[in-house]
Design a protein around this ligand. Structure first.
Ligand code: UDP
Ligand code: GLC
Length: 381
């Protein structure tokens, strides 16, 4: 099966990291076409997945675009659409991994007569997308996609509520290789030393710095925690959220937390860093479509506190394999962090269970087999 994958991003967000795992089994028969250059390309190359940058023009549509902006950018896309349609003739199907990839892939699939698969990584709700963008995504998916793979029940549900067809949707959670998340005690000790946080209770937050990822909620909660609790914020502003980064630094200064919050920027050693933490916090203020970081924390055998909405509720069962707190409530988050700090053994037992359940539910081999089954059905091979 020859697949042309399309993704708009040059940077490795969760949807892109997920695509690496999906494309890997097809690396001898696929191409990943990107609409921007950047470190995602290098990651694909490291994984020996063929990749090509298909345009060097920036695509202007943003999550909150109006109809006129949307239409204007569609005309800009014509050369790219033609290029994709020509390449697609060499492949059995087009696999669009992001919304702009859907726009380009939909029209290219019509021209090249190749079936379109859309991997839906987003919750198409008003809190995440403008009405125009939701309408464009749903209309194109309904009209052109032969199959939609949603990253969670929550993403599937929001798609249907936005007017999406129900009968072409399958669900595939992100898959993980659990071996990558087993880190030795020596390595953990060394990393804690390097961070200068050997005797601290480390709360890790792993996410791009963006208002809806809610780093500010964790900082506010930290002010209500004992002095030996510290926070590491791992991630960068991937999509231009510099104002938010400034706000976070200001918040830390104003709360007098300068020596208790570390900004580590984007890192490639997530399993190691997570393993060096005592607790992982996920604090998205809008419903998280899936939440890779929640599963990764569990695979590291760390207690995870997640914001109770969207995909997080499909991953975490409160008090069984993690904790769920109401989004946007720093006070509630602080109470649960304090509890975890006091009940270390009980919390660790729960984290061990979490690890077992994450290994069983999110095995990348099993999830890839499921996806391969969906694609075979589509092509009837
Ligand atoms: N991540 C990373 N380096 C960082 C911060 C995050 O590699 O510095 C990874 C993280 O481990 C996770 C992904 O980025 O696999 C983020 O995916 P998630 O689904 O949690 O959120 P998204 O950013 O896609 O909304
Ligand atoms: C998107 C979502 C995130 C999800 C990831 C992988 O980036 O925001 O919640 O985990 O895709 O499906």
């Amino acid at each position: 099966m020859k697949i042309l994958f399309l993704d708009q991003s040059g940077k490795p967000g969760g949807a892109e990291l997920c695509l690496i795992d999906i494309a890997k089994p097809y690396r001898h028969h696929c191409l990943v076409g990107l609409f921007a250059d950047g470190s995602f390309k290098s990651l694909l190359e490291q994984n020996e997945i063929p990749v090509e940058i298909l345009t060097n023009r920036e695509i202007q549509v943003r999550k909150e675009s109006s109809l006129s902006q949307g239409l204007a950018s569609l005309t800009q896309l014509l050369p790219l659409i033609n290029k994709v349609a020509t390449i697609a003739r060499e492949y059995d199907l087009i696999y669009a991994n992001t919304q702009k990839a859907l726009v380009v892939g939909a029209i290219a699939s019509f021209i090249s007569r190749r079936p379109l698969v859309y991997h839906l990584h987003d919750i198409l709700s008003p809190e995440h997308f403008s009405k125009t963008n939701r309408t464009i995504a749903v209309s194109l998916a309904n009209r052109f996609a032969k199959l939609i793979i949603a990253n969670s029940q929550a993403s599937k549900q929001a798609f249907i509520e936005a007017g999406g067809k129900e009968n072409i949707i399958e669900i595939a959670y992100n898959g993980f290789d659990s071996n990558l998340y087993q880190i030795s005690n020596d390595e953990i000790k060394k990393l804690r030393q390097e961070l200068g946080l050997e005797n601290k209770f480390i709360i890790g937050h792993f996410s791009r710095l963006s208002p809806w990822k809610g780093q500010h909620i964790l900082i506010e909660a930290l002010a209500k925690c004992p002095e030996n609790a510290v926070v590491i914020l791992v991630g960068d502003a991937l999509f231009g959220e510099q104002e938010y980064v400034k706000k976070l630094h200001l918040q830390v200064t104003n709360l007098g937390l300068g020596n208790r919050v570390k900004f580590l920027g984007f890192r490639n050693d997530i399993p190691q860093l997570m393993s060096a933490c005592d607790l992982i916090a996920h604090t998205s203020t809008a419903a998280e479509p899936f939440g890779r970081v929640i599963v990764e924390g569990m695979l590291c055998g760390k207690p995870v506190i997640a914001a109770k909405a969207g995909g997080a509720m499909e991953i975490v069962e409160n008090g069984v394999n993690g904790f769920l707190v109401v989004p946007n409530q720093p006070q509630e988050l602080a109470i649960v962090i304090n509890q975890c700090m006091q009940e270390i053994e009980k919390t660790q037992t729960l984290a061990n269970k979490a690890r077992e359940s994450a290994i069983a539910r999110f095995d990348v081999e099993v999830i890839n087999q499921n996806i391969a089954g969906f694609l075979r059905n589509l092509l009837q091979v």
